[in-house]
Design a protein around this ligand. Structure first.
Ligand SMILES: *Cc1c(COP(=O)(O)O)cnc(C)c1O
Length: 379
């Protein structure tokens, strides 16, 4: 046991669920896009996306990615172009859709898919591309103009925005993804900022796309209960919808708590001068209620060593996403571009604790432990 664990998920307390559970007993509807599910989807669209577009819940983001890719991919295409620096669920979802992942590098500053490589890959692979699947790394907003352009040119885009539910973009002052006509997939896994156990949501400004995903997620049934498209069962139960509604009721409080902790991290990093000593952080766009706090260790110190030394201070840290996808046994066979930045980041990424009961002192202890490892003198 660590004195400072990496995560302490803080799901909604049972008292807040009771009134919603009572509604389930009343309606005697337990699943199949029931009344609580409908209410949750409506609240998300009205309150987070300012009434623009449509959304459908899914049992987890992996299923959301599978359905979104399956419903948007070009039938003749072979590849799902994506960054290697993402969670294994992204390439796995592409495989379930009969596609091969094609891995690209990330940008040095914000760790999102490399734009030059993407442009060159689009030129090179042409119609062999079935779909492009960028990742909004660790919850950051990403520049949608590039992807709007691809959609405009007929190249489907599904954004893995697993950790971006609650991220507000500076230009729109709305939830990241608002207005995008490709698909945007969010995860509600217990470890995410909007954690409900298992769950997720697919958003798009294209209402027809969401309608097709909703149908595919219910066995591909037509209104006559005949399978008319490739389908599966991705529905959440009304109990899960109840947890989602109760979580939504107090989401702003969770976001505020996380923001205070993120501010503490930034203050401590500035005070200790670590960012002048070879440590670095992601350049983030928008207001992001992070799931955990990521930092890169100096070139002379790899992340395994940092995690090991933090453990000696009874602090638990992780190394998301290391190994990167192209380094994992199952994905090694797939084509990829030059992945220099990904390989550097995979060697130096350290994910630091972030949970809602943490305070300034906890953050000081963690950053103090990093500072005791030294760095590189600035030149
Ligand atoms: C968490 C996560 C997923 C998977 O979400 P689930 O809801 O657990 O299926 C996919 N992609 C990324 C980048 C994630 O962080």
């Amino acid at each position: 046991m660590f004195e400072i664990p990496f995560l302490r998920p803080n799901l909604v307390k049972k008292e807040r669920l009771l009134s919603y559970f009572a509604q389930i007993e009343e309606s005697r509807i337990y699943s199949n896009y029931g009344p609580l599910n409908k209410k949750f989807e409506e609240r998300v669209i009205d309150q987070m996306f300012q009434g623009t577009g449509a959304a459908v819940t899914v049992h987890n983001a992996t299923l959301g990615l599978m359905l979104a890719i399956s419903q948007s991919k070009r039938p003749q295409g072979k590849y799902a172009v994506m960054p290697s620096f993402t969670f294994a669920a992204t390439p796995l979802a592409a495989e379930w859709c009969g596609l091969e992942p094609y891995f690209l590098d990330i940008e040095r500053d914000d760790w999102q898919m490399n734009r030059d490589q993407l442009e060159r890959t689009v030129e090179k692979l042409g119609p062999q591309i079935a779909v492009v699947v960028p990742y909004a790394t660790f919850g950051t907003a990403i520049d949608l103009s590039v992807y709007n352009m691809l959609v405009h040119r007929g190249i489907p885009v599904v954004i893995d925005a697993a950790a971006s539910f609650g991220t507000v973009t500076p230009e729109e002052a709305a939830q990241f993804g608002k207005g995008f006509t490709g698909a945007v997939v969010f995860s509600f896994h217990a470890t995410k900022t909007f954690g409900i156990g298992e769950g997720g949501l697919v958003y798009s400004a294209d209402r027809d796309l969401i309608q097709r995903i909703r149908q595919a997620g219910n066995f591909g049934f037509s209104s006559a209960r005949e399978s008319v498209m490739p389908g599966l069962n991705s529905k959440i139960s009304e109990y899960t919808a109840a947890i989602a509604l109760a979580t939504f009721d107090q989401f702003q409080t969770s976001i505020d708590k996380r923001k205070a902790i993120i501010d503490s991290y930034r203050r401590e990093l500035a005070r200790t001068g670590l960012l002048e000593q070879g440590w670095s952080v992601q350049k983030i766009q928008g207001n992001v209620p992070l799931q955990f706090f990521s930092i890169l260790s100096p070139s002379s110190l790899d992340n395994r060593e940092v995690v090991h030394r933090l453990a000696a201070h009874s602090i638990e840290a992780r190394t998301y996403f290391s190994p990167a996808c192209h380094q994992q046994k199952h994905f090694k066979r797939y084509p990829h571009s030059n992945l220099r930045v990904t390989e550097h980041v995979a060697k130096h990424i350290v994910s630091l604790p972030l949970w809602e009961e943490m305070n300034e002192t906890t953050v000081q202890t963690i950053v103090g432990a990093l500072a005791s490892m030294g760095g590189e003198a600035s030149k």
